[in-house]
Design a protein around this ligand. Structure first.
Ligand SMILES: Cc1ncc(COP(=O)(O)O)c(C=O)c1O
Length: 371
């Protein structure tokens, strides 16, 4: 048979949901050697124990598939050490290639075509594409008022009326810092046993109001809590995060991941980071001190700002956000433009690092926006 050279002009069609998808995109390139206040990462790097353990990785370790034994137990041990009333066991921990992968897996395992995903707006940008990939319908309720209060009553009403399949609560919320108390989260979990309530606690270390010490997954099986070593522990590039929930839920969510999705470097670094919790604690303390310092400057200079939970704040510069973004970049500082986000027109988001780093930011910002 004669070979038809050009018979396939287009590649095969993807699934319709994927063809229509607006993928999560973030300005990730060219960030080295700058003061990175754009992704809420740890700005000083991980514990020296992490660096040491990575340097000591053997050739064998690289050529064999990763092993995970003892990691979940270590996570449980650390959580209990931090708050003795935490009541969980290792079968309630899932290990993922970053919390992003945990979020995607939860949607993959629980979200069906035309199911409802409920969340708030503005919030972390990866929930929506994950829901869209599954062909889910999305309902996002805006934060309320000038200080971005959690729309608790509207969320409750919506759950009672619609029984959404997944509710995503980012607590504290990125980018508004909005906090929701453990008591209110528990109230929400009681509204519908058919709704999986996912609480993304990525920035919980900066507020200390986790729901974990207040729940037992035996009695609250529709709750999943997400934690990561990306931000406070400084392992963002290695990709490791945890989903914590009822053992049946964790088992189900783990079914949609590959057997070795989390690599050995991440596992080794995680053990070292968890062993040095005091390093994480002292970094968090430093960020909170820097937060107070920068907040004082905003108040002193009457700068329009919003600062709540998390290692970040919002500013409304007098100039256009993209101009401020560009000018700060020219001074070696990266921030995030929030101009197109719902209710955040004219704003930028800035991550909080050490006081020294905040002083550097503030000196540059005062010139750029003529404060
Ligand atoms: C609220 C929130 N959840 C999840 C993530 C992703 O975390 P990870 O690095 O563990 O994938 C981020 C990262 O910015 C985030 O802000």
């Amino acid at each position: 048979m004669e070979k038809a050279e050009n018979s396939f002009i287009d590649p095969p069609n993807p699934r319709k949901d994927i063809e229509d998808l607006q993928a999560y995109s973030a300005p990730l390139e060219g960030r080295r050697n700058l003061l990175r206040l754009d992704f809420n990462e740890n700005t000083i790097g991980p514990s020296p124990l992490v660096i040491k353990s990575l340097r000591e990785i053997s050739r064998d370790e690289i050529s064999i598939y990763p092993e995970y034994s003892g990691l979940k137990e270590k996570v449980v041990e650390n959580l209990i050490k931090q708050t003795s009333s935490v009541n969980i066991n290792s079968s309630e921990i899932g290990v993922f290639n970053g919390v992003d992968a945990a979020i995607n897996a939860i949607f993959h395992a629980y979200g069906d075509h035309n199911d409802l995903m409920l969340t708030t707006s503005p919030t972390f940008g990866y929930y929506t594409p994950c829901a869209q990939m599954r062909g889910m319908k999305i309902n996002s309720i805006p934060y309320e008022g000038k200080d971005f209060q959690y729309p608790f009553d509207s969320i409750c009403k919506f759950i009672i009326q619609n029984n959404p399949k997944i509710l995503l609560i980012c607590n504290p919320n990125n980018p508004t810092g909005t906090r929701l108390s453990p008591e209110r989260i528990i109230e929400i979990t009681k509204l519908s046993s058919r709704t999986l309530v996912v609480v993304d606690e990525l920035y919980e270390a900066f507020t200390g109001d986790s729901v974990l010490p207040f729940v037992s997954f035996q009695t609250t099986p529709n709750l999943v809590v997400l934690r990561s070593l990306s931000k406070t522990a400084g392992l963002a590039s290695l990709r490791i995060g945890f989903a914590i929930g009822h053992s049946k839920v964790i088992n189900i969510v783990n079914r949609v991941t590959g057997p070795y999705d989390v690599n050995s470097f991440a596992v080794i670094a995680a053990f070292a980071a968890l062993k040095d919790q005091s390093y994480i604690d002292s970094y968090v303390k430093e960020v909170l001190e820097a937060r107070n310092w920068i907040k004082d400057q905003f108040e002193k200079y009457h700068v329009k700002h919003h600062i709540d939970g998390g290692n970040y704040f919002l500013l409304w510069p007098k100039s256009k956000p993209e101009v401020v973004e560009q000018k700060l970049k020219s001074s070696g500082i990266l921030i995030r433009n929030m101009d197109t986000k719902r209710n955040l027109k004219g704003s930028i988001r800035v991550s909080i690092g050490t006081t020294e780093q905040m002083k550097r930011f503030w000196s540059a910002y005062k010139i750029v926006d003529e404060v």
